[in-house]
Structures are given as C-alpha cells and as structure tokens.
Write a protein that binds this ligand. Structure first.
Ligand code: PGA
Length: 258
C-alpha cells in the first residue's frame, strides 16, 4: 500500500510572507489527521516563515528547486544543505518550467536529485511530454528517456527514497487536464520502466504523482487510477480550501482513513 502524497507547488506566487503564513495556517487546521503525506513548496524567501508556521504539524516543507553543490561561488543558487537547514524535507527537481524556461537537462536533473538524496531531502522528480511530442506519439519515448537519464545510476535503495511526478506539459496551468485514462496509461508505463531497471519491489513501492491542472473537481477521478499515487498541484494549491479538498480526495480515492 503506497501512502498517497499531495504536494503544492506555489511557483513564483504569494507576494508576501503573511500570505504564505495565512495559507498554511488555514491548511493546517483543515488537514489535521488526514492519512496522506502533504507537502507545500513555497518560494525560497518564504521557506523560513512557512517552516515556523508548520512546526509540530504533519505538513512537510519542500522547495521548488536546488543546486547540486553544498556551497561556494554559485551566485543566485540555493544548496541542499541550506534547504535542509531551513526545514525542507522535499524538493521538486526537473519541473517542466525549469526544463523549458531555464534550460535544465536530464543530466542536471540527475545531479540535483543525487544532491538532494545526499543531504537527506526527498526529491520529487518531474517528467512529462509537450503537446507536440504527444501529438507525434512520442510520449512513451520521451518519458522513457527522462526516466533513464534523469534517474541514471540510482541504486534500488535510492530509488526507494524518491517520488516521481508525471506532468504532461500541455496540462500544466492550462486547465486542460489529462483524462484519468491518459494519466493511468503513462503512470503504468513509468512503473514498468522502474520495474525493468530496479525490479518489482522498487516498482511497487515508488509513488508517482500526477500533475497538470489538478483541481478539487477532477482530483478524485485521477487519484482513483491504480497507478496514480498522489498529485503535484500548482494553481489549486494557492487556495487552502481547494488544496484541502484535493487532499481529502486522495484519502477517499485510496480508501485510507486516519
Ligand atoms: P497546475 O501546475 O496545477 O497549475 O497546472 C502543476 C505544476 O506545474 O506542478
């Protein structure tokens, strides 16, 4: 039984620390005791304030990115040790916005996730095809390559410490979500790829989130799919009510109770 995991990727939203704190304060109250792993990923400047608001809460803190070196002359970058030091337990790696807008490659993704693991952070590693790739029937090939190269040289033990997220690029922020069947098809493929490379136990254990226009209205159907173990939520994670409803949907879809 894989414990569902719902993560909120706030992206470059929440203009003030007070807004961030208000959101998690409301969230804390509404998800208390829900048997789902809940993660919020605020922008870097609000991590410390949000960490403080989350103390003694089951909600975990995550970052949206990291650099792979622990320290040094890397202007503008944030290290895994800094993230761990501010209270992060998770970090998103290889989000499609990083890949598309900032030129991040599978090789970068691999370095980042290895660094996250080295410093005790759980990487949430994103894969997914663009619209053009889907239309050319390249989805499986693209995801296969991202898994192969992004997760290169990971041991079975390390594989057990990561979370994957399937995020079709065409569904992110567009309101055009994948159908439950489309999501399930790629999630099952990802699990097969993990099985081929790391074996059956790893494949059964790994959690694969779906991301891309997840809302309170469509979460239940997506999460009912057998290989969809959670969600990586952008827009709908900025409203406590909507995000809490997605978390409740995960508990309901997977039949888990407190
Ligand atoms: P969205 O973003 O829910 O706003 O589509 C998802 C993501 O980019 O992780």
């Amino acid at each position: 039984m894989r414990r569902p995991i719902i993560a909120g990727n706030w992206k470059m939203n929440m203009a003030a620390a007070q807004e961030a704190v208000a959101l998690v304060t409301q969230l804390r109250a509404s998800v208390n005791g829900v048997p789902v792993d809940v993660v919020v990923c605020p922008p870097f400047p609000w991590l410390a304030s949000v960490a403080q608001s989350l103390s003694n809460s089951s909600i975990a803190l995550g970052a949206q990115d990291l650099f792979w070196e622990p320290q040094g002359a890397f202007t503008g970058e944030v290290s895994p040790t800094m993230l761990a030091g501010v209270g992060c337990r998770y970090v998103i790696v290889g989000h499609s916005e990083r890949r598309q807008l900032f030129g991040e490659t599978d090789a970068n993704v691999n370095k980042k996730l290895q660094a996250a693991l080295r410093y005790g952070l759980t990487p949430i590693v994103c894969v997914g095809e663009t619209l053009a790739q889907r239309e050319r029937n390249e989805t499986a090939a693209v995801v296969r390559e991202q898994v192969r190269d992004g997760l290169a040289s990971l041991s079975e033990q390390d594989l057990g410490k990561i979370v994957l997220a399937y995020e079709p690029v065409w569904a992110i922020g567009t309101g055009r979500t994948a159908t439950p069947e489309q999501a399930q098809e790629v999630h099952a493929l990802i699990r097969r790829l993990v099985q081929e490379r790391w074996g059956g136990a790893a494949a059964q254990g790994i959690r694969v989130q779906y991301g891309g226009s997840v809302t309170a209205a469509n979460a239940l159907e997506l999460l009912r799919q057998p290989d969809v173990d959670g969600a990586l939520v952008g827009g709908a994670s900025l409203k406590a009510d909507a995000f809490a409803a997605i978390i409740q949907a995960a508990a309901q879809a997977k039949g888990v109770t407190a």
